[in-house]
Design a protein around this ligand. Structure first.
Ligand code: ADP
Ligand code: TRP
Length: 323
């Protein structure tokens, strides 16, 4: 039997190269080999977006992005997290098995708390809702970027806790984190992230891409000086496009004779050439939002049926069902 793959992205901003290379591209590459569930994590987005109209827009945009990169709704169940309210029920049951000190140790919570005085309860509980997302479909594998690794560990711990308390029910999900793109760097050298204002948008215009790439800081080495590809943030982004050209560029860096301006121009050209076909496809998809909503609705029905099946078993085991 085919294994089940599941993953999601939050509709909290514009999709960027980090999302694509770290996670979303795998959803396309693997859809022939897995029974695949891909969703839009709109319940999770509520922890940071509190404008209904904006959330709707970001949600539809992300659905279009998924389709434009090549997610095929005939092969992948593409849906909204909120079309399967069973996940919130399962998250509640998991909450009762999870301690406050355990969740207090989660990186995302600690980071948020360090920055932001009063973290909402949804954000604190974020990993448990994510565990429910993964476990309600009995996912075998979850492709994500490195920043999500701890969340998958929490999902595994939670499955274990439930199984220990109520008998074997959930499978242990495995993350799939691609070594070479586990953390795509942003234009400021930190992890590229919607929340850092350092992204290169996946469907940006030529101008936006150029502007983002040109803003990457470099050192003051002259054109002729040898440069270290391992510490150059521009080169780190070139590495998203492996092949002969990359190796030739690496040699030029090491030997000297290429300036950062030329390296940036080459990178802009590479990104634009890579994303152009997807951008064109996205423009076509955006002409028919009704069709996109239909795909999500149909995907939601398939996903929900699966989740409901799991919840019959869960409800019976924990004692919510009386007979
Ligand atoms: P962001 O950090 O921009 O808010 P999300 O949390 O919505 O992005 O992440 C969606 C997916 O993209 C997750 O699987 C996440 O691990 C992955 N991802 C996000 N940023 C990066 C990055 N810079 N490098 C690799 N993967 C990333
Ligand atoms: N937390 C993930 C992120 O920030 C999004 C997400 C929610 C997710 N539920 C998931 C990813 C389940 C994988 C599986 O990107």
């Amino acid at each position: 039997m085919q294994k089940t793959l599941l993953s999601g992205v939050k509709p909290t901003g514009i999709v960027h190269l980090g999302n694509y290379f770290g996670a979303m591209r795998q959803f396309v590459d693997r859809q022939d080999d897995y029974r695949q569930f891909i969703f839009i994590a709109n319940y999770h987005a509520l922890t940071s977006v509190s404008d209904g109209e904006l959330l709707k827009k970001l949600t539809l945009d992300l659905a279009m992005d998924y389709l434009a990169i090549g997610i095929d709704p005939k092969k992948t169940t593409l849906f909204l997290q909120s079309d399967v309210p069973e996940v919130t029920e399962l998250a509640w049951i998991f909450n009762t098995l999870t301690t406050v000190p355990y969740l207090s140790r989660a990186h995302a919570f600690k980071d948020a708390e360090a920055k932001n005085h009063e973290v909402n309860v949804g954000l604190f509980d974020y990993p448990i809702l994510m565990a429910a997302d993964i476990l309600v479909y009995n996912a075998d594998v979850v492709p994500v970027g490195l920043d999500q690794k701890q969340h998958i560990e929490i999902a595994r711990d939670t499955a274990q806790k439930f199984n220990n308390a109520f008998g074997e029910t959930f499978k242990m999900p495995e993350p799939i984190i691609l070594e070479n793109v586990q953390t795509v760097v942003g234009t400021d050298g930190r992890k590229m992230s919607k929340s850092y204002n350092n992204t290169i948008p996946l469907f940006g215009t030529d101008e936006e891409i150029k502007k983002a790439v040109m803003s990457i800081p470099t050192d003051s080495k002259g054109v002729e000086e040898p440069k270290d590809p391992a510490t150059c943030k521009v080169f780190a982004l070139h590495e998203l496009f492996p092949g002969e050209e990359l190796e030739a560029l690496r040699a030029r860096y090491e030997k000297g004779g290429i300036g950062y301006k030329e390296s940036k121009d080459l990178l802009v050209a590479k990104i634009i050439a890579f994303i152009s076909p997807m951008r064109t496809r996205r423009e076509e998809i955006a002409r028919d939002p009704e069709a996109v909503m239909r795909i999500l609705r149909e995907g939601g029905e398939v996903a929900r049926a699966q989740a409901q099946k799991m919840m019959i078993d869960v409800r019976a085991k924990v004692g919510l069902t009386l007979k």
